[in-house]
Design a protein around this ligand. Structure first.
Ligand code: DND
Ligand code: ATP
Ligand code: MG
Length: 246
């Protein structure tokens, strides 16, 4: 964060959201609310910036989603005073993967679902003259722990400059329900999936390694930093436009 305190960080984010909406003449913002911490904080800062009537939440469960996530998403939206609709994607995803041309693994199905969520949010946002709010943080962005053109795609990215630990700090500041703060981060690609288990590194370790790498011109000083640097390099295509001759 480039602010010394959380209040200043929230003010900068509110300004970004307001300016983006003002410049685009959009009426509001649409957020995919999963029941996890990143989307909870994105929705909460959007409410701070625009007021609840300009923030619309969409919960998009698939067949691998946890029912608790839907309960938590609904509780969050009630607390924030924003409308939430539920668009179930399980049937559409299951039908697509019945085709012999599709390869079905938990990862490929998860990435497909993430891109379908993005397509669904863009449909809803367009019909409401609204923008799609991204929820990515700097930690997952730097290591490419997102689905390319899926959850990574949005019109405004209010949390992209925040390390995961800063997302938690903003969550505490904004009174996000404890059930969401305490929940293990997960993409929900398969039952019981956990980001930290899949990566084999905790967010605390990732934040520390990335902060140290940034401070030392991306020259690794520990074996963990070498591992994290490899993730940063391997995912650079997710942070740049598609290869082109323009
Ligand atoms: N060098 C390169 N230059 C240009 N393009 C390149 C490329 N290497 C791969 N690609 C393209 O990228 C594709 C692979 O990227 P992608 O489809 O994203 O797939 P991939 O990176 O393999 O998987 C996404 C990862 O993000 C995690 N994730 C996703 C969504 C949400 C969350 C969460 O935390 O909630 C986590 C998920 O668990 C998984 O570990 C390839 O199929 C190819 O099309
Ligand atoms: N079931 C879902 N309904 C609506 N949106 C979803 C759903 N699953 C994922 N998304 C969208 O994809 C984004 C990326 O998922 P990710 O798991 O990284 O974030 P999160 O669930 O908000 O936080 P975390 O899992 O780290 O606690 C979410 O923030 C949300 O915008
Ligand atoms: Mg999640």
């Amino acid at each position: 964060m480039q602010c010394n305190d959380i209040g200043c960080a929230v003010t900068r984010i509110k300004d970004l959201i307001r300016q983006t909406l003002w410049a685009s003449h959009a009426k509001g913002i649409v957020v995919g609310v999963s029941g996890g911490i990143d989307s909870a904080v994105a929705a909460a800062v959007a409410v701070k910036a625009l007021g609840p009537e300009h923030v619309f939440a969409v919960h998009l469960p698939s067949s691998t989603s946890s029912p608790q996530d839907q309960i938590d998403a609904a509780e969050l939206c009630e607390t924030l005073g924003i409308e939430m609709i539920i668009v179930p994607l399980g049937t559409v995803v299951d039908a697509a993967f019945e085709h012999p041309g599709m390869t079905d693994t938990p990862l490929l199905r998860g990435n497909y679902t993430a891109r379908l969520r993005m397509a669904t949010l863009y449909n809803i946002a367009a019909s409401r003259d609204s923008l799609v709010c991204g929820t990515s943080n700097k930690t997952e962005y730097m290591i490419g722990y997102t689905t390319k053109w899926g959850d990574s795609a949005a019109d405004v990215q209010p949390l992209l400059h925040l390390w995961k630990k800063d997302v938690y700090a903003v969550a505490e500041e904004l009174g996000i329900p404890v059930s969401i703060i305490k929940k293990a981060p997960s993409a929900g690609f398969w039952p019981g999936q956990s980001d930290e288990r899949e990566l084999g590194i905790t967010y605390c370790e990732l934040d520390a390694a990335l902060i140290s790498l940034e401070a030392h011109d991306f020259v690794p000083e520990t074996p963990l930093e070498e591992t994290v640097l490899a993730l940063v390099k391997k995912s650079s295509h997710k942070r740049t436009p598609a290869a082109n001759l323009l």
